[in-house]
Design a protein around this ligand. Structure first.
Ligand SMILES: Cc1cc2nc3c(=O)[nH]c(=O)nc-3n(C[C@H](O)[C@H](O)[C@H](O)COP(=O)(O)O)c2cc1C
Length: 160
């Protein structure tokens, strides 16, 4: 029996182009993928969440974190990671990088024998790796129909 995990990092608060949001752009995409693949969701959350709510402050904070190549501790555990044969990893593009907690996640769990697909939300730069599925954050936030369509098309192209 094939099992799918959707691990993602996403922020609420003030965000570029969408104002104050109560569900992150990447979280919205993650939920659609979970629904369409019958997968389990895992939110990558930092242990000491010092990320500012204000967009410009978050941008500065993230820049510094990237420069330090930080590995912020994350909380929660994926139950039975070995049971999953497919893992989707979702992230917002932060300074043309994945947020550092996503690296913490990737270094914590061995995904080497699994099919791994990345998805990304961004506001113009696209994904960080060539094959990542990328969608505008404001599209995810504001246009459910368009988002569902793009996600479905991508999932279809990778065999779901
Ligand atoms: C710290 C930070 C850095 C960002 N850097 C970029 C970038 O380099 N390129 C880009 O297209 N969007 C960038 N964005 C916009 C986000 O990728 C976009 O708003 C994303 O959808 C946010 O996802 P979330 O709501 O799941 O956190 C940045 C946003 C933040 C907060």
């Amino acid at each position: 029996m094939s099992k799918t995990l959707i691990a993602y990092f996403s922020r609420t608060g003030e965000q570029y182009s969408v104002g104050n949001i109560t569900k992150g752009n990447t979280a919205i995409v993650a939920e659609i993928i979970a629904e369409k693949t019958n997968g389990d969701l895992f939110e990558i959350k930092v242990a000491n969440d010092n990320y500012p709510n204000k967009y410009t402050s978050l941008v500065q904070f993230a820049k510094e974190e990237k420069q330090r190549n930080a590995r912020p501790a994350i909380i929660g555990e994926v139950n039975n990671i070995n049971d999953y044969d497919t893992v989707f990893v979702g992230y917002p593009n932060w300074w043309a990088e994945m947020p550092m907690p996503v690296y913490t996640f990737l270094e914590k769990y061995d995904l080497s024998n699994k099919k791994v697909y990345n998805f990304c939300t961004h506001e113009g730069s696209g994904g960080v790796h060539a094959n990542d599925f990328a969608i505008y954050g404001h599209t995810a936030q504001k246009d459910k129909e368009q988002t569902e369509m793009q996600v479905a098309k991508w999932l279809n192209s990778i065999g779901f």
